[in-house]
Design a protein around this ligand. Structure first.
Ligand code: FAD
Length: 435
């Protein structure tokens, strides 16, 4: 099957009636119709700003419409690592933004027009190794610092929820859920246009120039190339931006990740999954899985900094992974397989706010959410919207993440070597655990 499982089960398809005209003027142009761009669009249009969103493909074609569907607090980078170089108040502020994103998503999923998002509560991180006592203490420590309510689960607690001999203990995340991301993103685009926003699909930004106090943007559409004018431009282009956005291209790399969805497994999964939670594991290059469509397993795995992996290889790898964790299932077929691109900076945190370098005044970034964007993209969009509307210092928490060079053509090699090293460590840990 060529479509993703989400495309196959799409119930809410967004249609834009907007026709982009050359020489039109806007206060803000948002480039990119993923969750970052659309949540910013909604906030701006609700504040009466004249804003246009352009998307090179269709709404949700990027990572936002093809991801694992997990929405939980936190960022791509661990708080342990952030705490090494940020003061506690900044880490707390980042946690507040990440939680704001979860709350916003949860509220939306319950609104009229978002019925097909199928919000389902509960996400658990399952540990294959590690020091149980230390993890339990860490859960308590972070609950105290951030006022969260994560729950440590012993092996027996976990086995009452998911039956795999590989897992030793777990953490049930506070305030986390899973949902249908493609239906969500289509509903969000419909809400934006119902409120007066302009969305132009099949419209790719190919270049831009600064002229006195505005930008002239060249946009390639299905018909021709249009030139429009905007006072401000926001790049919400995720892992799909090309070198047309020179101001940012040097500071992140696209990383792919992969998902496979099994055939319907009927009663076979009832004994293994006692609750319909989302699960991830603590491997360095982790898996993330959940039940979709009643009796299929959606299984996310792996990352790569290089080209595509064939569908048949993704299916083979997903099937091998599922068999490793759930050998009780026996042979299973994988019906769907796809990949998606994420934008990663070397510090694994996003770029949010003005890209202030001389003539770039008026350009803004809202990108780099990595593998944890379902809360952080809207949380950051709310903060950037405040900044665009009222100025001030709402983006300050992001100033700690300076743009860092991506290593040029060597960057993807470095990322791949790092990933191979992490996989090797996962593998060795497993081997040692068995002996
Ligand atoms: C397979 C997969 C699984 C994931 N699972 C999860 C998960 O379970 N939970 C989680 O929190 N996160 C997950 N993520 C990460 C999450 O999906 C991303 O962090 C998030 O979607 C990023 O949103 P975005 O709007 O920044 O980017 P995108 O959704 O990728 O949107 C960017 C858009 O910009 C458009 N664009 C790019 N360049 C141009 C241009 N020049 N002109 C016009 N348009 C342009 C692209 O076409 C694209 O639609 C996953 C990602 C992948 C790929």
């Amino acid at each position: 099957m060529d479509k993703t499982w989400y495309e196959h089960t799409l119930e809410h398809s967004f249609k834009s009636n907007f026709h982009l005209k050359s020489n039109s003027n806007y206060d803000v142009v948002i480039v990119g119709g993923g969750l970052a761009g659309l949540s910013l669009l909604l906030k701006l249009v609700e504040s009466g700003i004249d804003v246009l969103l352009i998307e090179s493909e269709v709404i949700g074609a990027g990572a936002s419409g093809r991801n694992g569907g997990f929405c939980s607090p936190g960022w791509s980078q661990d708080y342990d690592i952030l705490s090494n170089y940020l003061d506690l108040e900044t880490v707390k502020e980042l946690d507040r933004i990440a939680s704001l994103g979860v709350m916003w998503m949860r509220k939306k999923c319950h609104e009229k027009g978002y019925e097909n998002t199928y919000l389902t509560e509960g996400i658990i991180t399952c540990f294959l190794g590690g020091k149980e006592r230390e993890v339990e203490q860490k859960v308590k420590k972070y609950n105290k610092i951030f006022g969260s309510n994560n729950a440590f689960l012993t092996k027996n607690d976990l086995r009452d929820i998911v039956v795999s001999d590989r897992y030793l203990f777990g953490i049930k995340k506070d305030n986390a859920f899973h949902f249908h991301p493609l239906n969500f993103i289509n509903s969000l685009a419909s809400e934006c246009t119902a409120k007066g926003a302009k969305i132009s699909e099949k419209s790719r930004l190919i270049s831009f120039d600064k002229n006195s106090n505005h930008f002239d943007l060249k946009i390639s559409t299905e018909q021709d190339i249009k030139t429009i004018r905007s006072n401000k431009v926001v790049f919400a282009t995720g892992g799909y931006a090309g070198s047309e956005i020179k101001s940012l291209r040097k500071y992140w790399i696209p990383i792919k990740t992969f998902i496979g969805v099994t055939e319907p497994l009927g009663k076979r999964i009832q004994d293994l999954f006692k609750r319909n939670f989302g699960f991830s594991d603590n491997r360095r290059a982790g898996n993330y899985f959940r039940i979709v469509g009643g009796d299929r397993i959606s299984w996310g795995r792996g990352i790569s900094a290089f080209g595509d992996i064939s569908k048949s290889l993704i299916k083979k790898q997903v099937s091998a992974d599922i068999n490793f964790f759930f050998p009780q299932l026996g042979k299973i077929n994988i019906d769907y397989a796809w990949s998606g691109k994420m934008a990663y900076a070397s510090h694994m945190m996003p770029y949010v706010g003005p890209i202030q370098v001389g003539k770039e005044e008026g350009l803004f970034a809202l990108t780099g959410f990595g593998g944890h964007g379902m809360n952080t993209a809207p949380g950051s969009a709310i903060i950037l919207a405040d900044y665009l509307i009222s100025g001030g210092n709402s983006c300050n928490a992001f100033n700690a993440f300076k743009r860092t060079w991506n290593g040029g053509f060597l960057g993807p090699y470095a990322a791949e070597i790092k990933y191979t090293y992490l996989r090797l460590r996962d593998y060795l840990e497993q081997v040692y655990q068995r002996h």
